[in-house]
Design a protein around this ligand. Structure first.
Ligand SMILES: Nc1ncnc2c1ncn2[C@@H]1O[C@H](COP(=O)(O)OP(=O)(O)O)[C@@H](O)[C@H]1O
Ligand SMILES: [Mg+2]
Length: 487
């Protein structure tokens, strides 16, 4: 935007007393209440400067109509007559984005002069005040599809959080805004699709099934045991019993440098394992015929529960490095994890994340973006079991990623507490997209948004596909209400 003299739209009001450098109150010109809405852009002409900002937190005041005490206006209202509007006014808070200069926007440090005029931004794109070449552009401002939003490219590896209740549009935001943005920034994007519902089915060409990926032995053992209903064991015996030990021993047996079971097909594997496990038990339990009988029955019953398609799941061949390479060469790769249980999904993530961490530690610049939907499954408020490892891993990836161009995006239904993601991880996310929140998150959300005069109640009523964009990637110091087109 050139340093212009002419106003960007109609005059809407004047700056009230009590103004500051980052905010002020605007008193509306009579009759313009209908033109002005919260979250519309406005510009203030202060001395010879133009200040760009967003209108927030409106209030209507009428001294004649104060509840809690009697007044002539109330007497009129009681009798069904319209009270006088002589002492009525409308106020809005103006949250400053910056001073408009020829070469872009500059931080405003001067107190805005009370009495300055405020105008609606109507006839031009307010984002043209941001210098075009400095940013990536994506999505749009909530009320105008033509106004694209600027994103700081340099802060992409400072990691991203997306929060909001189910159905508020998190996965859509990721598909239609974040993935294109990350690709534009030169990253290969790797999406972990927990249920295979949000990404994989829309982009089958870019999808790899978890069953195509090589499982490590620990995961294979967990997977087989849980599919085999733990061979009838309960409680702590599930993790530690003779059958599980025999199974693990066999799975770790090598033949010509390769694990022998990996050379079987999904049609042979079940029968082969059954006879091998039974043989192994015979050798080690030979003297106790009664126990042996029971073990053998449990092995047979357990393994019979496993179908060919389940055996196929553990016979995948792709290594973590193949996934990373495909994400980079194709621009996008989705890992559909629907076929396995939670523990195996997390185990997959451990081997994938471990591989990425090794490369970062070796100093490689990755140019990779990892998108983790259902974040609390990997790094909840209070991690348990394998989640302790995945939480630590994500934390390491965040810390190393900043230096080596790995960007992590974590998507969660909640921000804090038991519906949110782990606090140690949250501190590593520096850009946030906040959609409609759960009432349990009111406190956390108000910490983020109250300083910018965004009433937290508004966050309980956001439409699907609307998000407040806040943090390092946002060149505007005040959060912006953004949306995106669904293609
Ligand atoms: N920008 C948008 N415009 C219109 N509708 C949207 C938009 N974003 C999301 N939606 C609607 O919201 C629904 C839920 O979105 P989704 O991303 O699956 O939510 P979440 O991942 O948060 O559970 C979508 O099916 C779609 O109908
Ligand atoms: Mg979703």
């Amino acid at each position: 935007m050139k340093e212009v003299e002419e106003a960007p739209g109609p005059l809407i009001g004047f700056v009230a007393s009590g103004s500051g450098a980052t905010t002020c109150t605007i008193l509306l010109v009579e009759g313009l209440e209908d033109k002005v809405k919260e979250e519309t852009f406005s510009m203030i002409r202060d001395r010879d400067r133009w200040l760009l900002g967003v209108i927030r937190a409106g209030t209507g005041i009428d001294d004649n109509l104060q509840s809690g005490r009697y007044s002539p206006g109330i007497a009129y209202a009681k009798r069904g007559h319209a009270p006088s509007s002589a002492r009525r006014s409308f106020h809005y808070t103006f949250s400053v984005i910056g001073q408009v200069k020829d070469d872009g926007l500059e931080e405003n440090r001067q107190v805005i002069r009370p009495g300055s005029s405020a105008y609606l931004v109507q006839d031009r794109n307010p984002f043209s005040a941001f210098k075009h070449g400095d940013y990536l552009w994506a999505g749009n401002y909530w009320e105008c599809e033509d106004w694209q939003i600027p994103f700081h490219k340099d802060f992409i590896p400072y990691h991203i959080g997306v929060y909001g209740t189910t159905g508020c549009g998190k996965s859509f935001l990721t598909r239609f805004l974040l993935i294109p943005l990350l690709k534009q920034a030169g990253c290969g994007v790797l999406v972990l699709d927990w249920e295979g519902r949000d990404y994989a089915r829309y982009m089958p060409k870019n999808t790899v099934l978890v069953s195509q990926v090589k499982m490590d032995i620990d995961t294979v053992v967990t997977y087989i045991c849980s599919r085999a209903n733990h061979f009838g064991y309960y409680g702590s015996q599930r993790e530690n019993n003779r059958i599980r030990q025999a199974l693990e021993y066999l799975l770790r047996t090598y033949e010509n440098g390769e694990e022998s079971w990996r050379m079987k097909s999904e049609f042979e594997l079940g029968d082969w394992l059954e006879s091998e496990v039974k043989q192994h038990l015979e050798m080690s339990e030979g003297k106790r015929a009664d126990y042996l009988q029971m073990y053998k029955a449990r092995v047979a019953a357990g393994l019979q529960r496993i179908e060919n398609k389940h055996w196929a799941t553990i016979l995948g061949k792709m290594e973590p490095k193949d996934l990373v390479e495909r994400a980079k060469s194709d621009g996008l790769l989705i890992l559909d994890m629907a076929a396995v249980g939670s523990d195996e999904k997390l185990a997959f993530f451990k081997s994938l994340g471990g591989h990425i961490r090794e490369r970062l530690e070796e100093g490689e610049d990755l140019d990779l973006a990892l998108i983790i939907d259902e974040g609390p499954q990997y790094a909840p408020w209070q991690p348990r079991g394998i989640q302790i490892d995945t939480t630590d891993l994500i934390q390491d990836l965040c810390a190393l990623g900043r230096k080596h161009r790995l960007s992590i995006t974590i998507i969660a239904q909640g921000m804090a507490g038991d519906i949110g993601i782990n606090a140690a991880i949250r501190r590593n996310l520096n850009t946030h997209f906040i959609g409609q929140i759960h009432p349990l998150d009111m406190e956390e959300a108000s910490n983020w948004l109250n300083p910018y005069h965004i009433p937290v109640e508004r966050l309980l009523r956001m439409k699907p596909g609307q998000f407040y964009f806040i943090g390092k990637m946002n060149p505007s110091p005040t959060p912006l209400l953004i949306s995106f087109k669904v293609k």
